[in-house]
Design a protein around this ligand. Sequence first.
Ligand SMILES: NC(=O)C1=CN([C@@H]2O[C@H](COP(=O)(O)OP(=O)(O)OC[C@H]3O[C@@H](n4cnc5c(N)ncnc54)[C@H](OP(=O)(O)O)[C@@H]3O)[C@@H](O)[C@H]2O)C=CC1
Ligand SMILES: Nc1c(N[C@@H]2O[C@H](COP(=O)(O)O)[C@@H](O)[C@H]2O)[nH]c(=O)[nH]c1=O
Ligand SMILES: [Zn+2]
Length: 341
Amino acid sequence: MHEKWMQRAIDNALKAWGHTSPNPHVGAVIVKDDQVIADGWHKKAGTHHAEKDAITNAREAGKADDLVGATIYVTLEPCCTYGRTEPCTEWIIESGISKVIYGCTDTNPEHAGRGFNYLLQAGVQVEGPILEEKCLWINRFFFKWINDNKPYVILKMAQTLDGKIATESGQSQWITGPEARHQVQQLRQGCDAIMVGGETLRQDNPSLNVREIDHPRHPQRFIWSRKEFTGDYKAFTQAGGATFCHAQNKSEWQDFLTQLGTNEVSSLLLEGGGWLASSALKAQIVDEIQFFVAPKILGGEASRTSVSGLNPLSLNEAIDLEFLETKTCGKDLLFIARPIY
Ligand SMILES: NC(=O)C1=CN([C@@H]2O[C@H](COP(=O)(O)OP(=O)(O)OC[C@H]3O[C@@H](n4cnc5c(N)ncnc54)[C@H](OP(=O)(O)O)[C@@H]3O)[C@@H](O)[C@H]2O)C=CC1
Ligand SMILES: Nc1c(N[C@@H]2O[C@H](COP(=O)(O)O)[C@@H](O)[C@H]2O)[nH]c(=O)[nH]c1=O
Ligand SMILES: [Zn+2]
C-alpha cells in the first residue's frame, strides 16, 4: 500500500521534469482512509514545495478539516530551514497532518535528518524510506550538485551494434530510430546543459534544443573545441547561442564543472562525438553512460567510434561499468550504466 502511494508521489514529482533545477523534483500525495485528499508537486525553484502545494490544494478544495489526522507521502525528506520559501515541516505540523511517509533522506547537509527530528519533536509520526532507490534516482542530478557543487554528467551516444557513431566522412543521421530519439529529447529536457565536440558541430550542425516535449526547457549549449570559431551554425545563431569549453585534462575538466556548479548548472549532457567521449571518460568526470544501440552493423576501420581517443595497450585499461538498466526504445536498446573508476 505504501508503495502505491509513494509511486503516485513520484509520478507527481516527475510532472515538473526539467523545470525545478537547481531544486530537486519532489512530489507528494495526502491520503486519509485510503482516499486521496490532494496531490502536490514542486513546479519551479522559488515556488511552493510539494508538501505546501498539496496542503494548499487540499484547502482550496475545501478539505482543510480532512488534513487533520491524514498521512502525507512525500518523495524527499521535508525541509525545515528557511530557503527561498518557508519550511515544509511548519506547514505539515500546522495543517494537522499526523504522519509523514518519505521516499528518501535529503542528503543536503543542511537538511539531512533534521526535518525528521523536527517533525518527531512536534509529535508527527515519520516512516520510511519507501521506494528509496527510485526516489534517489529521480534526484541524482540534485544530489550530486548539492553535495559536490558540480553537475551530474551523462555521456550519451547513439551507436550501431559494432560501436560506430558515423561513417568515415561523418554521416550519422540517423543511426537510432524515432522512439530512441524521442527518449533523448526527454533526457535533454531534464538536463541544464548540453555539450558536443567541435567536429560534431561542423558535421551535424545540431540544434541541441528540446523538441517533441510539452513546455520545453532548453539546455545551455557548450562546444568542446581547442579554438574559438564562428560560423552559421544553429547552435550559435539560435536562442541563447553557445559557449566554448577548452578543458583538456582532469583538472581543467574539474575547474569547468565547478564553474558550471557555481552557476547552478546541476546536470551536463555530453552528446558526443567520440573524441569528447574519450576525453570525458579519461578525466573520470562521467557519472552515467546512456548508450543507445541500433540493430545495425556499420563496420569499417575508419568509421567513427563512440569512444575514439583511447589507445589502450592492455585490457586492464578498460573502463569497468556497472549496468543499471536496459530499456527497449522502438527497435533500439538503451543501456544505462555507471563507470567504476
Ligand atoms: N551517433 C552519435 O551519437 C553521434 C555521432 N556523431 C558523429 O560523430 C562525428 C564527430 O565525432 P568525432 O569525430 O569523434 O569528433 P568530436 O565531436 O568528439 O569532436 C572532435 C573535436 O573536439 C575538439 N577537441 C578539443 N580537444 C580535443 C582533443 N584533445 N583531441 C581531439 N579533439 C579535441 C576538436 O575541435 P576543434 O577541431 O574545433 O578544435 C575536435 O575536432 C560526426 O560525424 C558526427 O556526425 C557525433 C555525436 C554523436
Ligand atoms: N546520429 C544520432 C544522434 N546524434 C546526436 O544528435 C545530435 C543532433 O541533435 P539535433 O540537431 O538537436 O537533433 C548530433 O549532433 C549528435 O550529437 N543522436 C541520436 O539519438 N541518434 C542518432 O542516430
Ligand atoms: Zn520544503
